[in-house]
Design a binder for this molecule. Sequence first.
Ligand code: GDP
Length: 704
Amino acid sequence: MAKTWDLDNVRNIGISAHIDSGKTTLTERILFYTGRIHAIHDVRGKDGVGAKMDSMELERERGITIQSAATNVQWKNTTINIIDTPGHVDFTIEVERALRVLDGAVLVLCGVAGVQSQSITVDRQMKRYNVPRIAFVNKLDRQVPTLCVAKMLEEKLHHNTVMMQVPIGIEDNLQGAVDLITMKAWYYSGENGEQIDIKDCPDDMKEECLKWRSELIAKAADFDDVVGEKFLMEEEPTEDELRAAIRKGCLSMNLTPVFCGSAYKNKGVQALLDAVQTYLPNPKEVRNEGLDLKKNEEKVIMRTDDDLPLVALAFKLEEGRYGQLTYFRIYQGKMKKGEFIHNMTDKKKVKIPRLVYMHSDDMEDIEEAHAGDIVALFGVDCASGDTFTDGSVEIAMTSMFVPDAVISLAVEPKEKAKAANFSKAPQKFRKEDPTFRVHRDEESNETIISGMGELHLEVYIERMAREFGVEVKSGAPQVAYRETIGATAPYDYTHKKQTGGSGQFAKTVGKMIPWSPGEGDDESAVYKFQNNVVGGRIPKEYIPAVDKGFQEAMAKGTLIGAPIVGVQMDLDDGAYHDVDSSEMAFRICAIAAFRQAYEKAQPTALEPLMKLEVSAPEEFQGNVMGQINQRRGIISGTQTQEGFVTVTAEVPLSEMFGYSGDLRSATQGKGEFSMEFSRYNPCPRNIQDELVKEYQKKRAEEAK
Ligand code: GDP
């Protein structure tokens, strides 16, 4: 049956949650109630089938969802695309890319554990991408203080929340919830909770519910004049007026409606789907910006309109049974099977061989897809993050924030016979995930993979074994240090060489200055080149070679062998020779000049600091803080709530190896933590001295 395309009834949403909050279970239920699957298999269930969204074997084993996939479902008259957002912080880039393409989200919170550090990280990312949220407090079939969770949302995430429901019954007796807008009680029964009976609010709950309802009205009044006026006049707003006001609050990201239930016990999921429809935005209500490549990357507003030229972002690649599957978000225009689309990155033109809506493992072939839609294509070779258009415009969706890698590992295949697959695997991962990097270290002749954390790399090593059949041996993890300078220093270097025939001659004079990006600079830039040469003292054609030489020297500092950042190189003067000067001579001269200045510019080693958040039962506070101190951590805050303490700190990554095990033993397995890259900071003197010594030793060995 062909669906009529009505953008008002499209929702592109993510479901985001801390591991073990019940995201997989909830998604499974949604697929069931929307008729996408016909049986419910619980995660790690007895039948061994596993919930449908976890299509990777590895995920099934770990019980966490690592890869995001998009699933298209139909709820009443609304098409909902569910973009699965991974919950682990190590996968920042995947989370962020998924967040980029969704318009709204359901924040699943575990009623038992409350708001955990992971939820806070993901929530912060959502704020960055302006994603409006509704919250679902799950696991109400366990003893749960729902209201506490709502309060925690307010206190920990700083959300202005509004309770939309009050649960009926607690623990084993949970039956459903009272909808505070209509004051009707929803009871869920039947084997899979598919039977819904809507009755009047039970008498013994009326008082409590009315109290919550007046709070709801008071909060809604802030977002809508009609409700605001009625609130002041002590008149009763209509149900629709209330919904409209709360919707406004939600879309402006100033209000988070809170729903509740139990995914596992099949309570409350249908009402949550109604809420997705009612409160989260349709694609037209979201502001998206692209970059006009013809106009020096000027920002252009995308309009969700089928009649405009196509602009679509490839946000996710998956290796499926039928080859590479690429997920797209269409920002404007249409995609039609058989038509050509143009990749803005490599300017190549490709034909759309097959267009599908994905449903986890199944798919539905379609002829065309529309502005605002999420679709998948087969047989398109590209990297995730590439933008495609119909060729009539050159627009790229805003470049994503790709953080620097902070950790690296030397890897090699256990069996030499598997070398071919071993080199294929990282190339593929690299395409999916730009924060995963791979390179060959020329000096040690090793393959080095680098990424955002220990687990990030571990998962790829496991995937190499599973997907490519390559068992991998890895070295000790290496922290990605940097070098920088503390002072300005001059250089004056002449490169002269006379061998047989033509010689080499170049002279450069200038200074090296500490630098950081300012207004108008690329924020991630680490270097600036300033050419002040006048009167042809160095011919124009050699200037780029000098710039290149400086950059080459920066790739590997002479202090500890790490890349150098934060340097401005001024080229003020120089000299050349009519016959003996060449680009090569100037490049070599620049490298030597750089090193000459660098020695005098107070070179300093920088180490990555991680933002750490640990929560554990209060009695372990001393242990937790002691461990952080031992690891050179600086504690920035502690918060205790209901017997739990949450400690936030900044800790050098180099001290964090093996932390998860140590935390476990210090908290009887009850502590948990999340960690994400914060910034680079100068190493303490003694650490720097050690790094220098190590580097010199390594160099001496290599020289032998
Ligand atoms: P995810 O890691 O967020 O995807 O969470 P899962 O869906 O894998 O759920 C984690 C565990 O919590 C599983 O053992 C589920 O059976 C259980 N679980 C999920 N939802 C509920 C719920 O509503 N009530 C209870 N009691 N357990 C639940």
